[in-house]
Design a protein around this ligand. Structure first.
Ligand SMILES: [Zn+2]
Length: 289
């Protein structure tokens, strides 16, 4: 079974966890490090002849169009992670998300990518409170979303949501495919095994057991990682102890773990996995921007 490999392309200083340390207004003053992680990721994918989906921030695509082009040239899928990592609830409602998406699409297209059909919200902030985002995504021609996290979490998550591939109907009747990152049911809860701190904390065999278990249930997995997780030498900054621990834990293990998985399992883009699961997308006339 083909599983989806995805990367949220953002700088270490744009991560929600470190927000208290890097104000939005300071981003321009911080030395970029995105190349370090992207070089490691693209080389590993190349070595294993694997494809992935890269959810780019528009902010990154504007400043590093060559990274978008390198991904396109290597056959990877380009999707949208929004413009500047804003939580959906902090955007100015549907109109604010519409502007944010338009700006990101423009940056991706200017960098040489096709217009994206996939979206992942910053920090899984597509929740019942921001469900209107599906209406905006439908209007802008998106075909799939990977923002709903079916877990219990104080800030995000829709714990009772279908953890496999499902369909959400937007207000205008358009169907959007929802393809959440991988979770594993454990003691009545869904554990987020598809990435983040769990991927670096738990032994890689836990990830593999989850992949195999989900596969047995007929479900492909979505793994999600970030370029900063492949950059053990990134500057350390002061943050509350738990956030620090979660961000810096085992950064030197991400690459060998990914290579281990790439050598033993089949990974492809979100779009390729959806196609293998019978979800193909016909071309649609998109609104201009
Ligand atoms: Zn992100």
């Amino acid at each position: 079974m083909l599983h989806a490999l995805s990367f949220d392309v953002e700088e270490y200083f744009q991560v929600a966890n470190l927000r208290g340390h890097f104000a939005r207004g300071d981003w321009e003053t911080v030395a970029p490090r995105i190349d370090v992680g992207m070089n490691a990721i693209l080389a590993a994918l190349d070595r294993h002849h694997a494809q992935a989906t890269f959810f780019f921030l528009g902010w990154i695509a504007e400043r590093h169009p060559e990274l978008v082009r390198r991904c396109v040239d290597a056959g990877h899928e380009i999707a949208s992670h929004g413009y500047e990592h804003s939580f959906l609830q902090d955007l100015d409602g549907p109109a604010g998300l519409d502007r944010d998406l338009a700006r990101t699409e423009a940056a991706l297209v200017a960098a040489g990518a096709p217009r994206p059909i996939g979206f992942r919200a910053s920090t899984f902030t597509l929740t019942r409170a921001t469900w209107w985002a599906f209406d905006v995504l439908a209007r802008r021609g998106y075909r799939y979303d990977s923002s709903v996290h079916p877990v219990r979490h104080p800030v995000y998550g829709v714990p009772d949501f279908e953890p496999g591939i499902s369909t959400v109907r937007a207000a205008d009747g358009t169907e959007i495919v929802e393809f959440p990152v991988a979770t594993w049911p454990f003691l009545g809860r869904n554990l987020p095994v598809g990435g983040g701190g769990y991927f670096r904390l738990l032994p890689v065999r836990v990830t593999e057991a989850a992949l195999a278990g989900l596969e047995k249930r007929g479900r492909p997995s979505v793994l999600y990682l970030h370029p900063w997780e492949f950059d053990p030498a990134q500057p350390r900054c002061p943050a509350p102890a738990l956030k620090r621990w979660r961000h810096y834990l085992n950064l030197d293990r991400t690459l060998p773990r990914l290579e281990h998985l790439l050598a033993r399992h089949r990974f492809g883009t979100m779009r390729a996995v959806l196609a293998e699961q019978g979800r193909t997308f016909e071309e649609r006339v998109l609104p201009r921007y």
